[in-house]
Ligand binder design. Structure first.
Ligand code: ARG
Length: 588
């Protein structure tokens, strides 16, 4: 639709400048003013002429009437244009959709809808980044799938992307785990038990430190001191503890890797918090030299009162560095390594203040790239209404959530399609896809209550439903190939005079909006715009599928056109699935 909008905007601009040469408008602005009317009977696109009243010193009705004539005469893609209460309502020509939009999708294939604004630019994305030695739980789902989707979107737009898993591989949680391991663990049990054994130890030590009334455990604060001491030993280079630390880090990483694999996610770098330990002093000196550090209760802070924020904490009173100090050191180091044009951080909204604070500190330090730092926050997740906490053991591991979804899908498949080949693979794709799709269906900032039944429903606005629709396009294409149909973009273009049914035309219009939707999702850093678009395509395709016979169409030309339309739908759905980590499967 972007080409269509641009074409219309050019003609509109011509009309406006003709009538009032001093109007300082451009095509881009007019493109953004074009709207999709809420009701299809009002046309395919509408231009609100009241926006021009002041500039043109005429009423919206007068403007719409004058522009209607011009647009109808000069826009190759517009079939009709009329004034409706000061709105210029337009209908798009069927010939244009068939002769131009459809061949474009068929020829471009995997690149259809890809903007090119990223050419020559680099984006670093810091996402997932779980704290190791702690459970990898559903609270990380947001950063993991939103982050990866933003990476895919930027790659699609031609950016060079670097995905960094900034794992929390340093900190007192390792002190706790070492205490727990020394007290209750042994190498064999942990190695065999893997992530479960680690989670058990982690939960057990936290219960022991803070007490747990329900379980009749009395708090033992001396354990917290022990944990701090073990961590201090790590910081001082104690070999035994560092060897244990390395082993624990590796075990956590390996366990997380299984979940990433199910999601189809890989990272370009795993440089975690520990990597920046020796990079911090230089930045702390710089802060000190710039006179930005002040001492408050023994701690070193940057006062941000002037900017309406609490102070940014750099060093504790014992000299230990804090979270913001590491982030500052990492941002500087990554700038040197990648020379990024933007760096995107995806975390829960609770960390918004942290990012706002240290972004400000970077600015005050005189780094002119501070504006390239972007924080992308997201809302909280609960499961069936229950809030999650890692400390008390009330956690749902991502791995277990996926396993439950896969298991349920497997049962449904056994019932509905017992002879499905590659059932394990399909169940994994659909189960994991259902969770991801459900998660990415809402604006990222909204809190989410995850309900498994809703996510897995085959007839709601869900992952299984859209994957089913994709599989349906594949099965039609396979049958079409067996019947000897070929899809030929040039031939389709020559069929432009075909009279379109309402369903065909709606589907084509929906497909034509893909590029615009990708741009919007990148602009708003909002993968849910893709998810919602996928639902629009699926709905439009299923209406077409139910109301128009495809392979059994009587006229061969109509049949070939409908097969081509199905192929185009498959392409667009497939391209969109890629952007939100949803697997394309041919049978379901
Ligand atoms: N490890 C942190 C956590 O789990 C998230 C890190 C986010 N990235 C960053 N550069 N601070 O809360």
């Amino acid at each position: 639709m972007l080409n269509i909008k641009t074409n219309i905007a050019e003609v509109l601009l011509g009309g406006v400048t003709q009538a009032c040469p001093e109007a300082a408008l451009d095509v881009q602005t007019l493109v953004t003013w074009l709207e999709y009317p809420p009701d299809a009977s009002m046309g395919d696109l509408a231009f609100p002429c009241f926006k021009l009243s002041k500039i043109m010193r005429r009423s919206p009705v007068q403007i719409a009437t004058a522009l209607a004539e011009k647009v109808a005469a000069e826009c190759e893609c517009v079939a009709s244009a009329e004034n409706v209460n000061g709105y210029l309502n337009m209908k798009i020509k069927g010939d244009y959709l068939v002769g131009s939009v459809l061949p474009e999708i068929l020829t471009k294939g995997e690149t259809y809808g890809a903007p090119d604004m990223g050419k020559g630019k680099t984006v670093v994305l810091d996402y997932s980044s779980p704290n190791l030695a702690k459970p990898f739980h559903v609270g990380h789902l947001g950063t993991t799938v939103i982050g990866h989707s933003l990476k895919k979107l930027h790659e699609f737009a031609g950016y060079k992307c670097v995905g960094i898993n900034y794992v929390g591989d340093w900190g007192t949680q390792f002190g706790k785990l070492i205490v727990a391991y020394k007290k209750w663990g042994d190498r064999k049990t942990v190695e065999e038990g893997g992530v479960d054994a680690l989670v058990d130890l982690y939960v057990r030590i936290n219960n022991a430190i803070s007490g747990n009334e329900e379980m009749g455990i009395v708090a033992d604060p001396t354990l917290a001191a022990e944990a701090r001491a073990e961590f201090l030993k790590m910081e001082q280079g104690d070999e035994e503890n560092l060897a244990l630390w390395k082993w624990l880090v590796q075990m956590s990483l390996n366990a997380n890797e299984e979940t990433y694999k199910q999601l189809g996610i890989t990272f370009d770098s795993y440089k975690g918090e520990s990597f920046y330990t020796d990079k911090m002093p230089a930045q702390i000196n710089k802060l000190r030299e710039a006179g930005l550090l002040t001492i408050s209760d023994g701690a070193s802070i940057v006062d941000l009162e002037k900017y309406g924020m609490p102070p940014c904490l750099i060093l504790k009173s014992d000299g230990a560095s804090l979270y913001p100090a590491r982030d500052i050191a990492a941002a500087v180091d990554r700038k040197e390594e990648y020379n990024y044009d933007k760096m995107i951080y995806v975390t829960a909204a609770q960390q918004s203040l942290h990012f706002a604070q240290w972004f400000k500190v970077v600015e005050l330090m005189g780094y002119d790239w501070y504006e390239q730092l972007i924080h992308v926050p997201y809302g909280m997740v609960s499961i069936n209404g229950a809030k999650l906490a890692t400390r008390t053991g009330n956690v749902v591991l991502l791995r277990d959530l996926f396993a439950a979804a896969i298991e349920k899908v497997r049962q449904i498949m056994d019932e509905k399609n017992p002879n499905l080949p590659n059932k394990d693979e399909a169940a994994e794709a659909v189960g994991v896809g259902a969770v991801v799709f459900y998660y990415l269906s809402n604006n990222r900032i909204k809190d989410i209550n995850f309900i498994m039944e809703d996510a897995l429903s085959y007839d709601g606005n869900t992952g299984p439903y859209v994957q089913y629709t994709y599989a349906r396009t594949c099965s039609i294409m396979n049958k079409a190939a067996e019947a000897g149909c070929t899809i030929d973009a040039a031939m389709v273009a020559s069929d432009a005079a075909l009279a379109l049914t309402m369903q065909e035309s709606e589907l084509l219009k929906t497909l034509s909006r893909f590029g615009e939707c990708v741009l919007g999702a990148i602009r708003d850093l909002e993968p849910s715009e893709i998810t919602r678009y996928i639902l629009d395509v699926a709905a439009a395709f299923n209406r077409f599928y139910h109301d128009c016979s495809i392979l059994s169409a009587e006229d061969a030309k109509v049949r070939d056109f409908r097969v081509a339309l199905t192929a185009a739908t498959r392409t667009v759905l497939g391209n969109a699935f890629e952007l939100i980590c949803l697997r394309k499967i041919e049978q379901i």
